[in-house]
Design a protein around this ligand. Structure first.
Ligand code: MN
Length: 509
C-alpha cells in the first residue's frame, strides 16, 4: 500500500503549555495566570487548550474551571490518568474534553503501574466508556507508545475506539522517535484504523520534536500537541511556534494560527512561568532577527532575505542590527544615521576600530556606547537631552516601594513620583512617567547580572528601549542596583531622544 505523504486539509493545534508545559521543573502557575495564558492562546488561534490536570490540586481544578467558563473559542481539556477519581475531577471542572493517558509500554506497566496487559485493556475501555457516558470528548493517549509493542498498542487503541474514543495519540513520551520511525508508526496505525483522527505528542529529548510532529502530520495525524517556547519536562515538548511557522513558511501549509501574535504570546508565557527563552531559540529567541556580523548586516541592508528566512513581522517582531566586534562599517553607519550622525570615511574607520577594540575585550557594545564613541571621534559635544538631578527611593516592611525623581529634560526640570513592586520598579516607573510626558518611550527588555560574588557585587543592568520603530540598547554599571538601572534607562532614553539632524537644522536657522 502506498503511503500517503500529504498534509491533512485542516491541521489542528492542541496546546499543552498549561499542562505538559507547566510540568517543567520549577514552574507553577496560579489560576489567574493560567487564565491569562489561556486567553492569549485562544487569541492566537489554537484549537484545543489542555488547561491542566484536574485531580492534582484544588488550585489546578479551579484554574481549569475558570478557563472552561471563560467562553473561549478553543476547546478546553483536562488531563486524566486511567483512574475514575481523575475523570471525576475533570467532570467537576466543566472541561469539554479529557486527555486520557494510559501507558502501554512494558517498562511503564511493570515498573510504574504494576499492572498486566489485560488490565490495561479493561481500564482503557472502562475509562473511555465512563467519560463518554458523561458527554465529554475523549482524546485517548497511549503513554510511552513509541517504546511499546505495536500489537499491544493497537489492541489498546481498539479497546478505546470501541468504547467511543474520539481520537487516538501514540505519545512519544521520552522523545525517541525519528522522522522515519514516525512515518512508519503513523502509516501502520492508519492501516489498522482507517478513520479515527490521530494526534502526535512529541518530546524534544534529541531535538527532533518538531521534525517528528511534522512527519506525523504528513503520514496520518491531523493534530499536534505542542507548547509555547517548547516548555515541558526534561528537554521539553515540540515547540508550537516552530511547528506553526515551519508549516507556513517552509511547507507552505496553512495553519489557522495568527503567527503575528506568536512573539507576544511567547513573552507572556516566559514572564509568567519564569522560564526565559534561550537567545538563539528559533522564532522567539532574542537573537532570531538580530544581526551583528558585518557581512550579514551589509546583506540585510541591501535585501533582508539575504540573511533572514522569513520577515520578522510574520511572527510579530522587528529586525535589529547591533554593534559589536563582528560589526561591519555599513551596520555602524546605519545605526549612526538613526541618530543623525554622518561620519566621513576617516571617522567611520576610527569608530569601527574602537568598536572592535571594546568587543575584543569581551564587552558588549550598546547603542549608547556607539553614540559616545562617534561623538568623541567626530569631535561633537555630548548631547544628552535627559539628565538626572535627584533620586529618592523608599522601601521597607509595610511600605509600598516609592521613588521620586527630578529630571532635566531639554533644559526643563520635571519632578515625578511613582510606586512599584520593588525599589527598581518604582524608580523606573517614576522616570517613565516623567519622560512619557515628552517622549513615548517603552522599556522592552530589562536584564540584570551580578559581575562579582557578594552582596556588594557590581551589578550590570542592560535595557532595550523602543520609540516608534527605533530601538536603543544601553547599560548601567553600579554597586547599587537601583542606580545601575536608572543609569541604563537614562542612557538608552538619551539615545532615542538624540537627533543630530534636528540640532543641525536649528543651528543653521
Ligand atoms: Mn508529554
Amino acid at each position: 500500500m502506498a503511503l500517503s505523504h500529504s498534509f491533512p486539509e485542516k491541521i489542528r493545534i492542541f496546546d499543552t503549555t498549561l499542562r505538559d508545559g507547566e510540568q517543567t521543573p520549577g514552574v507553577s502557575l496560579t489560576p489567574e495566570n493560567k487564565l491569562r495564558i489561556a486567553k492569549s492562546l485562544d487569541e492566537l488561534g489554537v484549537d484545543v487548550i489542555e488547561a491542566g490536570f484536574a485531580v492534582v490540586s484544588d488550585g489546578e481544578a479551579k484554574a481549569i474551571k475558570l478557563i472552561a467558563k471563560e467562553g473561549l473559542r478553543a476547546e478546553v481539556y483536562s488531563f486524566a490518568r486511567g483512574v475514575k477519581e481523575d475523570i471525576d475531577a475533570v467532570l467537576k471542572s466543566e472541561a469539554k474534553g479529557v486527555h486520557l493517558c494510559i501507558p502501554t509500554s512494558n517498562l511503564h506497566l511493570q515498573h510504574k503501574l504494576k499492572k498486566g496487559k489485560e488490565e490495561i485493556l479493561r481500564l482503557t475501555e472502562e475509562c473511555t466508556q465512563y467519560t463518554k457516558d458523561h458527554g465529554l470528548i475523549v482524546e485517548l493517549s497511549a503513554e510511552d507508545a513509541t517504546r511499546s509493542d505495536f500489537n499491544f498498542l493497537t489492541k489498546m487503541f481498539a479497546a478505546g475506539i470501541s468504547a467511543g474514543a474520539d481520537r487516538i495519540c501514540p505519545c512519544d513520551t521520552v522523545g525517541v522517535l525519528t522522522p522515519e520511525k514516525t512515518i512508519e508508526l503513523y502509516s501502520n496505525l492508519r492501516k489498522k484504523f482507517a478513520k479515527i483522527p490521530m494526534s502526535a505528542h512529541c518530546h524534544d529529548d534529541f531535538g527532533l520534536g518538531v521534525a517528528n510532529s511534522i512527519a506525523a502530520l504528513k503520514s496520518g495525524a491531523d493534530q499536534v500537541h505542542a507548547t509555547m517556547n517548547g516548555l515541558g519536562e526534561r528537554a521539553g515538548n515540540a515547540a508550537l511556534e516552530e511547528i506553526v511557522v515551519a508549516l507556513k513558511a517552509v511547507y507552505n501549509v496553512d495553519v489557522s494560527v495568527k503567527t503575528e501574535l506568536l512573539y507576544e504570546t511567547s513573552r507572556l508565557v516566559a514572564r509568567l512561568t519564569g522560564i526565559p527563552v534561550q537567545p538563539n531559540k528559533a522564532i522567539v529567541g532574542e537573537n532570531a532577527f538580530v544581526h551583528e556580523s558585518g557581512m550579514h548586516t551589509h546583506g540585510i541592508l541591501a535585501h533582508p532575505l539575504t540573511y533572514e528566512p522569513i520577515s520578522p513581522e510574520l511572527v510579530g517582531r522587528t529586525r535589529r542590527l547591533v554593534s559589536g566586534k563582528h560589526a561591519g562599517s555599513s551596520g555602524i553607519k546605519a545605526s549612526l544615521k538613526e541618530i543623525g550622525l554622518y561620519p566621513n570615511d576617516e571617522q567611520l574607520k576610527e569608530i569601527f576600530l574602537r568598536v572592535k577594540t571594546i568587543g575584543d575585550k569581551g564587552k558588549r557594545v550598546t547603542d549608547a556606547d556607539l553614540q559616545a564613541i562617534a561623538e568623541a571621534v567626530m569631535g561633537l559635544p555630548k548631547i544628552r537631552p535627559l539628565k538626572l538631578e535627584g533620586l529618592t527611593v523608599v522601601t521597607g516592611d509595610n511600605v509600598t516601594p516609592t521613588a521620586s525623581v527630578q529630571l532635566n529634560i531639554n533644559g526643563k526640570t520635571l519632578t515625578e513620583a511613582a510606586t512599584g513592586v520593588g525599589p527598581v520598579d518604582a524608580a523606573m516607573n517614576a522616570i517613565r512617567k516623567a519622560v512619557s510626558a515628552v517622549e513615548p518611550i517603552q522599556l522592552e527588555k530589562y536584564s540584570v547580572k551580578a559581575i562579582t560574588g557578594g552582596t556588594d557585587a557590581v551589578t550590570e543592568v542592560a535595557v532595550s528601549l523602543r520609540k516608534g520603530d527605533r530601538t536603543a540598547t544601553a547599560m548601567g554599571v553600579n554597586e547599587d542596583i537601583v542606580r545601575a538601572s536608572v543609569e541604563a534607562m537614562l542612557s538608552g532614553m538619551n539615545v532615542l531622544m538624540t537627533d543630530y539632524n534636528k540640532l543641525n537644522s536649528k543651528e543653521e536657522s
